[in-house]
Design a protein around this ligand. Structure first.
Ligand SMILES: C[S@@+](CC[C@H](N)C(=O)[O-])C[C@H]1O[C@@H](n2cnc3c(N)ncnc32)[C@H](O)[C@@H]1O
Length: 218
């Protein structure tokens, strides 16, 4: 089935959740325009796709968390039989669903920390340039635990995220966006604590690339 499953709207819980210290901050319009651009799609082809391909098959059922305007979704939908794209921002979810009607992508409005999706379902889960938009490391850790829950045993968690570089941090601050980058020193321990069996890290020019596997009995 393709199209927008609006039934997931009520799962967008974390912006309103009790003790959450910071609210979800929507993306700035200029940043969104960049993420929708052909320039970003070319960077993904050059800097993400070779790593993605080198990490093997995505399998038949992929969950993408935080698709935004969906240029990363476009990469995935050409390489997997089915993609579920889970997006917290309702207007972005609506726009992506409208663009990808009749495709192999289901767009779901929801929260990566509490997806409501079936346990042990997905062959791969991806988070491309979205984790640093989460307000706290605690919420990132909650998302890691949720990813491990919905992955099949042996399934892959694939992450690309911004390194903590001055220019990137300043740009996010100037645009009033959240910037909580992953620490390359601690990220593998955090993934192990969330239930992943192994995690490998590559550092690129501007991004950190991570591949973790769910073990057979996680
Ligand atoms: C910087 S954009 C990245 C978009 C796309 N993956 C790309 O690389 O072009 C981050 C996206 O993650 C979404 N997001 C942030 N927190 C989320 C969460 N907890 N669950 C699902 N989506 C989330 C934001 O709304 C935004 O659309």
């Amino acid at each position: 089935m393709s199209g927008y499953k609006g039934v997931m709207a009520s799962r967008s819980s974390y912006p309103a959740e009790g003790n959450t210290p910071a609210e979800f901050v929507p993306m700035h319009a200029d940043h969104l325009a960049f993420l929708a651009s052909d320039g970003w799609a070319e960077m993904l082809q050059a800097d993400l796709l070779p790593w993605l391909s080198a990490n093997g098959d995505l399998g038949d059922d992929v969950l993408e968390i935080g698709p935004g305007p969906g240029r990363t979704t476009d990469l995935l939908r050409e390489r997997a039989a089915h993609v579920t794209a889970l997006e917290l921002d309702r207007s972005l979810a609506d726009a992506l669903a409208a663009r990808l009607t009749e495709s192999n992508v289901d767009v779901v409005h929801g929260d990566g920390t509490d997806t409501g999706l079936e346990a042990n379902r997905f062959s791969s889960v991806t988070c491309f340039h979205m984790l640093h938009h989460m307000p706290t490391t605690e919420l990132q850790d909650r998302l890691f635990t949720e990813v491990c829950r919905v992955l099949r045993p042996g399934g892959s968690f694939l992450v690309a995220d911004a390194l903590d570089q001055d220019g990137v941090r300043t740009r996010h601050q100037e645009e009033g966006e959240t910037f909580v980058p992953l620490d390359p020193v601690t990220i593998q321990d955090r993934l192990h604590r969330a239930g992943f069996a192994e995690a490998a890290i590559d550092l690129g020019e501007y991004q950190l690339l991570l591949r973790a596997h769910k073990g057979p009995r996680s």
